[in-house]
Ligand binder design. Structure first.
Ligand code: XIL
Length: 297
């Protein structure tokens, strides 16, 4: 195969990119996206602040632009993200208690219902665990509504779109560490109690090193009976970028239940990071990292 998407499809996987709706009119961007990728995720357009700017007033215009671009080209769509402590609309940031809980669950229901049947996997909850060694939850307005907010969100998402895979998504979970173990324990508990969860997303925003147990960590989650996905991959340029991309790709392919990889942008100039972490350079040329991924798929 000569493209990322076709190469990933050889093993039944997808290869996706985060897309910004306002870049779809850039012909170089669209050419690369349409040629190389068979999955997309909205970089910002499906977040709470974008989709419910005022309470109960929904705006799906830019999310729809991405979904329509994808579906007309046979690409699948990851949904990102129904609930998160960041990029909340101002009205939600100022809420607490049962009012916030109700608003949050209503948000999950309304957004997942609107996109019902169109989303391969939803990031139902994003980044709810704390950094550092506690292994516990991150403090946030959502967490302060009660520890059961995550399972309530997953149950609402399942009811709204029974066909979508429901994922928990986080970062700094690239090896077996306190944070990833906290998430592992939550997933194990959800499976034991019948809380609907189908997948865990590993963002994989990486620097110049990769945990030696990256694959083993994916595997222990898969062994809980869920899928795993690499959801926001980008790697600092300069320190073995190509080899880290290759190792991440090989790790996913070595785990039967690792179903796909998404990179967090197309060209380095499209990235949220300034350290040129993507597979295409600022002129749209394939980088060494691109070739290492293609060869590993
Ligand atoms: C980032 C986007 O790339 C930026 O454009 C935006 O300004 C901030 O959010 N983890 C996530 C993503 O789950 O939603 C974040 O995306 C990057 C970190």
């Amino acid at each position: 195969a000569t493209t990322l998407g076709a190469a990933a499809a050889q093993s039944g996987r997808y290869f996706g990119a985060a897309v910004a709706a306002n870049r779809l009119s850039d012909s170089q961007y669209a050419t690369i996206l349409n040629r190389e990728f068979n999955s997309v995720v909205a970089e910002n357009e499906m977040k709470w602040d974008a989709t419910e700017p005022q309470q109960g007033v929904f705006n799906f215009t830019n999310g729809d632009r991405i979904v329509n671009h994808a579906s007309s080209r046979g690409m699948s769509v990851r949904g990102h993200a129904l609930l998160w402590h960041a990029q909340q609309p101002g009205w939600a940031q100022n809420m607490s208690g049962s009012a916030l809980r109700n608003a949050a669950i209503n948000h999950v229901t309304r957004v997942a219902s609107y996109y019902r049947g169109k989303i391969h996997s939803w990031d139902v909850v994003n980044e709810a665990f704390a950094d550092g060694g506690s292994g516990g939850r991150r403090d946030s307005n959502l967490q302060r509504t009660g520890n059961d907010w995550i399972e309530a969100a997953f149950r609402a998402a399942r009811a709204a779109d029974p066909g979508a895979k429901l994922c928990y998504n986080d970062y700094n979970t690239d090896g077996i560490n306190a944070k990833s173990t906290g998430i592992y324990n939550m997933v194990r508990d959800f499976k034991a109690r019948g809380v609907p969860i189908d997948c865990v997303g590993f963002q994989s925003h990486l620097g110049t090193t990769l945990a030696s147990d990256y694959q083993a960590n994916l595997q222990r989650f898969a062994d809980l009976g869920i899928d795993v996905q690499i959801t926001e991959l980008d790697v600092e340029q300069g320190g073995n970028q190509a080899s880290i991309y290759e190792r991440v790709t090989r790790a996913c392919l070595a785990v039967t239940r690792c179903t796909g990889i998404t990179v967090w942008g197309v060209r380095d100039s499209d990235s949220w990071r300034s350290d040129n972490p993507l597979l295409f350079d600022r002129s749209g040329n394939k980088k060494a990292a691109y070739n290492s991924v293609l060869n590993a798929l």
